[in-house]
Design a protein around this ligand. Sequence first.
Ligand code: FAD
Ligand code: NAG
Ligand code: NAG
Ligand code: NAG
Ligand code: NAG
Ligand code: NAG
Ligand code: NAG
Ligand code: NAG
Length: 515
Amino acid sequence: MYARPILQASMLVAFSTLALLFAVTGSAYSRTTSPDFRRLQTRSSNATALTNACKSLMASNSSSTVNYFLSPAYTENSERYMTSTYQTPTCVYVPTTPQDLSKVVKLIGAQRLAFAVSSGKHASNKGFSTTTGIQISMKGFQNVTLSADKSYVDIGTGNIWDNVYAALEGSGVNIVGGRVSGVGVGGFITGGGGYSWKTNQYGLTIDTIIQADMVMPDGTLKSVTAQSDPDLFWAIKGGGNRFGIIYNWRLLTNPQTTQVYGGVRTYTFDQIDSVVTAVNNFSMTNKDPKAQVLPTFNFVLGEPGVSLLGFYDAPSAPAGVLDMFDAANGGPKPFTDGWKAQSFTDFVRAAPANATGNTRGAFMTVSFQNFSQSIIEQCANQSKVIGAQSFFHGGTFISYDVEPFLPTWAEATNKGGAWPHDKSPLPLNLYYAWQGENNDAFWNQQIRQSAALLRAQAVAEGQDLDGLYLYPNYALADVPAEQLWGTENAARLETLRQRYDPQNVMLLTTSFSFV
Ligand SMILES: Cc1cc2nc3c(=O)[nH]c(=O)nc-3n(C[C@H](O)[C@H](O)[C@H](O)COP(=O)(O)OP(=O)(O)OC[C@H]3O[C@@H](n4cnc5c(N)ncnc54)[C@H](O)[C@@H]3O)c2cc1C
Ligand SMILES: *[C@@H]1O[C@H](CO)[C@@H](O)[C@H](O)[C@H]1NC(C)=O
Ligand SMILES: *[C@@H]1O[C@H](CO)[C@@H](O)[C@H](O)[C@H]1NC(C)=O
Ligand SMILES: *[C@@H]1O[C@H](CO)[C@@H](O)[C@H](O)[C@H]1NC(C)=O
Ligand SMILES: *[C@@H]1O[C@H](CO)[C@@H](O)[C@H](O)[C@H]1NC(C)=O
Ligand SMILES: *[C@@H]1O[C@H](CO)[C@@H](O)[C@H](O)[C@H]1NC(C)=O
Ligand SMILES: *[C@@H]1O[C@H](CO)[C@@H](O)[C@H](O)[C@H]1NC(C)=O
Ligand SMILES: CC(=O)N[C@H]1CO[C@H](CO)[C@@H](O)[C@@H]1O
């Protein structure tokens, strides 16, 4: 739809503004070697040991499988949304029972083998769900089982959210899950908490968890609840993949109408200012928790534009709520308009999320108090100015996802957990995509600088960002723990990690460091 791959004169003008942007340093996020990466060097990447371990996982009496290079299951489970995270595993193990999952965890621990766990494979950091060692794919855990009274659902962590919505379609209930197609249940919850179309009403996904069934780092099976293991329950709510491997999440349901209202609208560059104004209007005036928009200011195929996901949690939005986006009412004029009443599953699958994957990429983030007009403008500006460099650095998609939840969404919904969200952080997701490994350093540097610039601007405008932590699922790998969880929670996470994993088995895979 943005089919005009021509470098425009207006973009060249943007280059001159670039020097100004570089003047803003504020590289609060830079740290070249984090402690976890040093500790990780003790894991074995001995090819013979890994190959032998893979062979030993084969069991004739089990439906769990060991898959090697070029087999379809190996290929499918090695592919990644962001190809820059790709690594070549020695084998891909797909356990189908908790016992087999336990078996592989014990083996890895005993032999100190490099490994990774994957669910939906959407992690943005290399090594978080990829390895040259043993790749454990959770694809064998795809249950979606609604309780008889419909109050909760058991969800296997090998599912993508699409499957969960499809399974619940027509049941009259739904859960707080991912917003677009393809995202995995496993990492979405484990890696931060889960921003959803339902967040204004029910919080993050971690606010709806009532139980986790998991394999502990020593291989024992455990069902964890707030009553059974309060510390562990707290830690797995947004504390990352350091406490074991979860194979089932039990989530509380919420009522769901048969159809919801929303979809995707796209806008060409001439409408950007008008979209900014409408988004700001929504961000400052919306009081209805059922309404949500997710504008993405992007630069693709040589041109800036916007794609706007809109949502109302009923078949139609009441008058007034989304009027600022109504072209007939003076709002921005869409190039394509897919807003309509449709099933929740169709709505989620309508977002063109897959179209921007399958290339190298990076995420970075800022957590705001509010999306003010000037911050939204700056996001649009940054997508243009930085996007204008795409031509020279293999850039394919330079984007800024503005997420204007209600500014106090967490007040009634926050149920605690390792990722602090009591102050209602409103995340911005910077997503850059490009081609060519030789361009990695360039774009990683740009995304860091752009996040720092936006953060500095918000602080300069008087936003109080203390206590608003960065959403781990959107953060670069070397963001320090105190910026992800706060000093106090990071220290508690490290203490609990040592208690629940004294042999450091989960340090044989890569993730953020708590120290
Ligand atoms: C297109 C796109 C859309 C997104 N939309 C949203 C959104 O709407 N809201 C939001 O909050 N985030 C969103 N995200 C961010 C998303 O939450 C993260 O990318 C998340 O890590 C994806 O989980 P996954 O299972 O697909 O990833 P994976 O790469 O499979 O795993 C990610 C991490 O989780 C760990 N992990 C996975 N499964 C388990 C398990 N069973 N037990 C323990 N650890 C496990 C892995 O070790 C890894 O560290 C989006 C990302 C993309 C690329
Ligand atoms: C690699 O592992 C094999 C099998 O466990 C072992 O015999 C060999 O000594 C190891 N090599 C190194 C360099 O550690
Ligand atoms: C499968 O084999 C393993 C190892 O021999 C054994 O421990 C397990 O009980 C067997 N499982 C079944 C279902 O027979
Ligand atoms: C999946 O569901 C089936 C049927 O309800 C059940 O027997 C099985 O234990 C479940 N598996 C897991 C891993 O929860
Ligand atoms: C997006 O890709 C995933 C595989 O990663 C697939 O399961 C899903 O169906 C795709 N979504 C759409 C809308 O095509
Ligand atoms: C927000 O949009 C509504 C609906 O279009 C409009 O009536 C109102 O004046 C706008 N408010 C601001 C502050 O622009
Ligand atoms: C965005 O860019 C335009 C044009 O260069 C400029 O007028 C405006 O001040 C910029 N806005 C912000 C928030 O920097
Ligand atoms: C205009 C507006 O929405 N302001 C909000 C900005 O964020 C703070 C902190 O969450 C709120 O108190 C304001 O109401």
